[in-house]
Ligand binder design. Structure first.
Ligand code: HPA
Length: 273
């Protein structure tokens, strides 16, 4: 079976479960940010494992299901948890749900994560809107002949993170008095955190934040022409900054504390998209 055929099968199965809902926005919730899914009204819940060809999420706190319903007056499909490369999945398996969301009519992807702050002017708990990325996973979901059947394999990654959506989110954050920055996100395969030497190198390259997700999803979304908005919660300072040594516990503790502002920002963004 080709990738295109498996996407079609998954999209058909997902559509059946949506009972007529037609989501226009897809939202991927990163580590500790899952509670946003509880704000979705008139929701249906579809575990990833119930969709053909979808991989399961094995990461801590990633529930691993689609939640589809209304958020701020829009029909959305939320991924409560994501598929990571470090779980042993291929780039196409990581990107698969993005292509499936596109196949059911989603035009805008909002992808979020918890990340380490490389930029020393950022503080733990701040948000950072991605204005570009450095894909340092060493992988790309569009490699191979199969993705070329879905859409042309050569496409621009300039303004991959939609400038209008970024501007809109900045305005909302200002109005809501939530501290946000804009910056370059660097994505790695993980699962080990970085070394201090790597963080110094990434800073020299112009990276502001670092984590283990997002890049492959965004490449897949741009491959099929979706609009993309990406935002990180700075859950910790990156390794080596003022002695920082990131841990999973710290990431979740900070996420729990910042979830209310995170929800406010994303809900207002969805309202105004
Ligand atoms: N590095 C990589 N991934 C992360 C980090 C980090 O510091 N924080 C949260 N996810």
């Amino acid at each position: 079976m080709t990738l295109k055929e498996s996407i079609c099968e998954a999209a058909e199965a997902l559509n059946l479960r949506l009972e007529g809902r037609k989501p226009e926005i897809g939202i991927i919730l990163g580590s500790g940010l899952g509670p946003l899914a509880e704000q979705v009204e008139d929701a249906v819940y579809i575990p990833f494992g119930e969709i053909p060809h979808m991989k399961r999420s094995t990461a801590t706190s990633h529930v691993g299901r689609f939640v589809c319903g209304n958020l701020a007056g829009k029909c959305v499909v939320v991924m409560q948890g994501r598929i990571h490369g470090y779980e042993g999945y291929t780039p196409q398996e990581v990107a698969f749900p993005v292509w499936v969301m596109h196949a059911i009519g989603v035009q805008t992807l909002v992808t979020t994560n918890a990340a380490g702050a490389i930029n020393e002017s950022f503080n733990v708990g701040d948000f950072c809107i991605m204005n570009d990325h450095i894909n340092f996973t060493g992988r790309n979901p569009v490699v191979g002949t199969d993705p070329d059947e879905i859409a042309f394999r050569f496409f621009s990654m300039k303004d991959a993170y939609d400038p209008d959506l970024r501007e809109l989110a900045l305005q909302i954050a200002k109005r809501e008095e939530i501290t946000v920055h804009e910056g370059v996100y660097l994505g790695l395969l993980g699962p080990s955190f970085e070394t201090p030497a790597e963080i110094r190198a990434f800073r020299a390259w112009g990276a502001d934040t670092v984590a283990m997700s997002v890049c492959e999803e965004v490449i897949a979304a741009r491959h099929v022409g979706m609009r993309v908005f990406g935002m990180s919660l700075c859950s910790n300072m990156a390794c080596g900054i003022e002695g920082a040594s990131p841990s999973d516990e710290e990431v979740f503790e900070v996420a729990m504390r910042r979830v209310p502002d995170f929800c406010r920002l994303i809900i207002e963004l969805v309202r105004e998209i």
